[in-house]
Design a protein around this ligand. Structure first.
Ligand SMILES: Nc1ncnc2c1ncn2[C@@H]1O[C@H](COP(=O)(O)OP(=O)(O)OP(=O)(O)O)[C@@H](O)[C@H]1O
Ligand SMILES: [Mg+2]
Length: 335
């Protein structure tokens, strides 16, 4: 059996809510609430959910860009949550992040060459060697070595994201967290960047945690998919299980928003519009967090927290009344 490159167990990340002149803590937001998963070598795990469900916080917690409140993150043999500075340095060489906004994530005052070389400088890579690697990386992501002398504002969004990708590769990591890497880009260049990510995954034997808003983006890139709602993973499993036999009502509603290529099926596609807004993660509903918007919720859902368990399609679902293969949510709602 191959060992996972990343193991996440019962991860919780909370933010204090402060108020008043003295910024006293008046409560806590649990942005990531008891999340567990494994990531295997050269595997892509898609992480999907609406705005505010905790995707970015999850990604940042894995690297301790925000400190997790509890739980465990293991990269190889290292427990990240308690690693000292020396061990963290090693973790950062193995685990990198590409950010959503290529405009905000690159320092405008530093030439691209130094942006890409920065992780190498921190890790003590020899200057000549670093300069060589920068030129290679620029070429590899579809730019030119002489682009290294320019500043971020001289590049388009797509090119900036390529620069961010080059920087993430500088230390030859094993895992990259991609936080909505194409959602800030023009639709016309999204596919190019997705192709680049696909190519370098094989070439550098990378594992990806691929964060996205909706299920259409990760369909073709993911081996497995995790669906998040209000800080929790509500469904996780093989890509085909999630798309072909989704079991959580929330996954059904997300999928109903994705257009399908087959025109006949597209015409009969029934959109499920969820009622109400996403509740605040500062005061999540009791029981199943989704029950306030779930079209098939019952009494039990309002009081008892559903645990993840394996269902007929092979995936794991946190729902008391999972949708069975062949059933549609629309038909269940009418009952
Ligand atoms: N630094 C912070 N301080 C306080 N609360 C925060 C902080 N960062 C995030 N949150 C809260 O944590 C929750 C999760 O936010 P997060 O940014 O992780 O969601 P997301 O799924 O990435 O959303 P989006 O799709 O909009 O990027 C939100 O309620 C957000 O307001
Ligand atoms: Mg985010």
């Amino acid at each position: 059996m191959t060992a996972p490159v990343l193991q996440v167990r019962e991860l919780v990340t909370e933010f204090p809510i402060r108020a008043g002149v003295f910024r006293r803590e008046v409560g806590r937001v649990q942005a990531v609430s008891d999340v567990s998963f494994d990531l295997m070598p050269v595997e892509t795990l898609g992480v999907v959910g609406e705005s505010g469900c905790g995707k970015t916080t999850l990604g940042r917690s894995l690297l301790r860009l925000v400190e997790p409140t509890s739980g465990s993150v293991r990269v190889g043999d290292i427990e990240v949550t308690t690693a000292d500075r020396h061990a963290m340095k090693h973790v950062r060489s193995q685990l990198q992040m590409v950010f959503q906004d290529p405009y905000a994530s690159l320092n405008p005052r530093i030439p691209v060459r130094d942006i890409i070389a920065e992780p190498m400088r921190i890790h003590g890579v020899d200057k000549v060697e670093a300069a060589d690697r920068v030129a290679d990386l620029l070429t590899r992501v579809g730019l030119l070595p002489e682009h290294g002398n320019r500043y971020p504002h001289e590049f388009s969004g797509g090119q900036r994201q390529r620069i961010g990708i080059a920087r993430s590769l500088a230390l030859r990591p094993r895992i990259i967290i991609l936080d909505e890497p194409v959602s800030a880009l023009d639709v016309s260049i999204q596919a190019q960047v997705l192709n680049l990510l696909d190519e370098i995954q094989d070439e550098f034997e990378l594992s990806y945690v691929f964060i996205a808003h909706d299920l259409s983006v990760v369909r073709h890139t993911s081996d497995r998919v995790a669906v998040m709602y209000l800080g929790k993973v509500v469904e996780i499993g093989a890509r085909d299980s999630i798309y072909d036999t989704p079991a959580h009502p929330y996954t059904h509603s997300l999928l109903s928003a994705v257009p399908v290529a087959d025109p006949r099926r597209e015409r009969s596609r029934q959109r499920i519009i969820l009622e109400g807004d996403v509740p605040s993660p500062a005061s999540p509903p009791p029981g199943c967090r989704f029950h306030t918007r779930c079209p098939i919720a019952q009494d039990r859902c309002r009081s008892e927290v559903p645990e993840l368990h394996t269902v007929a399609g092979g995936q794991q679902v946190a729902c008391h009344f999972p949708v069975e293969p062949g059933q549609t949510l629309v038909e269940l709602t009418k009952r």
